[in-house]
Design a protein around this ligand. Structure first.
Ligand code: FE2
Length: 415
């Protein structure tokens, strides 16, 4: 396959891309080699595939069942999910998860990290998701995080369920320290998963401080543990909303620890601005972590959807460029340079968090996976939330978009 007239960020002239046997062979201007199918990108922007680094596929598409979340709070979401969880079957989880992966694939996502609730004595959702991971492998590479929604020390046999999840084949271990009954349990839960991950060679991705409580300080615990294990590249702190409420003196000290630890951060801007700040009157907090400041400190930060129509969030449709668009507003990353760099937050930064850099990116020798976006620049792709006209994975077209035409009537200007 050959793709001609490609605009690649950082490359001044248009390039052609030659793909052979599912791998990038050459990326350069005016390639004369012709091999099979040719697509003319007509000067459009080429991007590596989008990455969804934080989503809950086991809960997706359950919004309204058994009831809609009336308060819009995280806490009502957890309570509704606890009720819905009692009715789960493997088939139910598989059908909703596959449908959600398809939504993501149609929007250019080719890598997904999903959290799966393991506070269930039968681990129904996890058993289903290990099947989904295989079923969808032609559309995306999936990582599964064992996520203890109701806690590890605060849930009966919480530690045992995490160990069972490891045996069932998860890729990463999660925790929810701010949701445990007390702080000591939260600290202990982090020590437990970091040791379990180390013993089993797994990644770590913690729902960390997803609360507006400025006293919620589990991020420092996670970072300190990552420093002592020397595994910061394998550790992700998701949400860290409380950091948006920390005082500046403490944050200054914390930043130094985070830089030493080298963790990745996932912020879910549409979800957090929806769920957080609900207990505030006015001023009402945005509920996001300090995205702009983390980036300025040289830390790896990416954006994620978190939910698609579940008890926590009634919206969502797999359109992660839309999440980026809103995230830039909410985090005030709207300087021209910030917009021009922003695609990294749903591509290369997320790939780094997932630890997939060896098989990700527009480079000869890597799997030929890319998007042709309907825009001539990153700025316009983000501004217009341009759809991927083509999503190509390992040299095969897996999804296409035919954009709707908008036509102004000829006499609209009164001529
Ligand atoms: Fe989450």
């Amino acid at each position: 396959m050959k793709i001609t007239n490609c605009r690649i960020p950082g490359t001044p002239e248009l390039c052609d891309i030659l793909i052979e046997n599912g791998v990038f062979k050459k990326i350069a201007p005016n390639l004369t080699d012709v091999s099979g199918q040719t697509i003319d990108a007509e000067g459009r922007l080429i991007s590596p595939p989008f990455v969804e680094p934080h989503i809950h596929l086991d809960a997706a598409l359950t919004a309204g069942d058994p009831e809609w979340n009336a308060s819009g709070t995280l806490f009502e979401g957890i309570e509704l999910w606890a009720r819905r969880k009692t009715t789960l079957s493997e088939q139910d989880v598989i059908e909703r998860a596959v449908a959600t992966v398809k939504m993501c694939a149609l929007n250019g996502i080719q890598f997904i990290r999903t959290h799966v609730d393991v506070t269930d004595p039968d681990l129904v959702a996890l058993r289903a998701m290990t099947q989904v991971r295989t079923m969808v492998r032609d559309l995306c590479e999936m990582q599964i995080v064992a996520f203890p929604q109701d806690g590890i020390l605060s849930f009966p046999n919480g530690r045992g369920l995490m160990e069972e999840a490891v045996k069932l084949g998860v890729d990463a271990l999660g925790a929810i320290p701010h949701g445990e009954f007390m702080r000591d349990y939260g600290v202990e839960s982090l020590k437990f998963i970091m040791k379990l991950a180390e013993d089993n060679g797994l990644l770590v991705d913690v729902h960390c401080d997803e609360i507006d409580d400025e006293q919620s300080r589990f991020l420092e615990v996670l970072a300190a543990l990552a420093i002592s294990y020397g595994n910061g590249r394998k550790v992700t702190a998701s949400h860290t909303c409380a950091m948006g409420s920390y005082n500046d003196a403490y944050t200054y000290k914390l930043m130094g620890v985070l830089q030493k630890a080298g963790l990745s951060f996932v912020s879910c801007p549409t979800e957090s601005i929806h769920l957080q700040g609900r207990m505030d009157t006015y001023p009402k907090r945005r509920g996001l972590t300090r995205v702009k400041e983390l980036l300025a400190a040289g830390l790896n930060v990416c954006f994620a959807q978190d939910s698609i129509m579940d008890p926590w969030y009634p919206m969502g449709n797999g359109h992660i460029l839309n999440v980026l668009f809103h995230g830039l507003h909410i985090a005030q990353l709207t300087g021209r340079g910030e917009i021009d760099r922003s695609l990294e937050m749903i591509t290369t930064n997320s790939a780094k968090a997932l630890g997939i850099e060896d098989r990700y990116g527009l480079e000869p020798g890597k799997p030929a996976s890319l998007l042709i976006l309907d825009a001539d620049s990153v700025y316009n792709a983000v501004r217009c939330q341009s759809p991927p006209l083509y999503s190509i994975r390992n040299g095969e077209i897996i999804a296409r978009t035919e954009p709707a035409k908008k036509i102004l009537a000829a006499d609209s200007l009164g001529g």
